[in-house]
Design a protein around this ligand. Structure first.
Ligand code: SAH
Length: 220
């Protein structure tokens, strides 16, 4: 099939995704909607799942990991209440789809992936797509990214069994952490934690979600 025809199909699939899956479920932040219309999700999925790139589900990527469901990416992004001048840290780069969505909205994105091959693929993909404001690091996100802290927001896209205090320390006062909190068996609570002036956290439950486990030091 000629390339132009294919890309038109993907464009209309992406528009339909935002209309049918995102807008009707309470995503109203214009910057988030714009970002989802912009990022070519079909270039972040494995070739065998190309036809399902804009479907309402998470999909397998390499190394037994997943690219999150579009709605969950939208919900986490909206919940972070981002502004254009923000610096954001993401833990769990995976396909880099969430990182690209963030990069459409904020000034700087830092993302950490514990599986080296995924970090490398993500880096290559973001370079090809000309996302110049995202930096990918291979490592354990539990330790955060001290040199680039403090962050306006931190998104964790793997299930965390507990609140990672080291990451809270790298959050600005007033900053928000969005994370799936709970054991990796069964569902987790998608939570928004806001860091208050006295260092304590305001905790809000957003939804029940299903994420792959956060691995590494947090399990020790
Ligand atoms: N945000 C991704 C989906 C994440 S899947 C996307 O948009 O595609 C969760 C990812 O978190 C996996 O790639 C997994 O390898 C990674 N991960 C798990 N534990 C981690 C840790 N401690 N530090 C960094 N990455 C981690």
């Amino acid at each position: 099939m000629p390339k132009a025809v294919l890309s038109v199909d993907f464009d209309s699939a992406r528009n339909a995704m935002v209309e049918d899956q995102i807008k009707h479920r309470g995503i109203f932040d214009k910057a988030v909607l714009r970002a989802l219309l912009q990022v070519p999700r079909h270039l972040f999925v494995e070739p065998e799942f190309l036809s399902r790139a804009y479907s309402d589900s998470a999909l397998p990527i390499k190394e037994k990991q997943t690219i999150s469901q579009p709605y969950i990416v939208a919900l986490m992004t909206q919940s972070a209440m981002l502004k254009a001048d923000h610096r954001v840290l993401e833990i769990g780069t995976g396909s880099a789809y969430q990182a690209a969505v963030l990069a459409e909205i904020v000034k700087e994105v830092y993302t950490i992936e514990i599986v080296e091959s995924l970090a490398q693929t993500a880096r290559d993909r973001l370079r090809k797509l000309k996302y110049k404001n995202v930096t990918v690091r291979h490592g354990d996100g539990y330790l955060g990214w001290q040199e680039k802290s403090p962050f306006d927001a931190i998104l964790i896209t793997a299930a965390a069994p507990k609140i990672p205090q080291l990451l809270i320390d790298q959050l600005k006062v007033g900053g928000r952490m969005v994370l799936p909190l709970g054991e990796s068996r069964g569902s987790q609570d998608l939570m928004v934690l806001t860091k208050l002036k006295d260092g304590s956290l305001k905790e809000e439950f957003i939804a029940a979600v299903l994420f792959v486990p956060m691995t590494g030091e947090i399990r020790q």
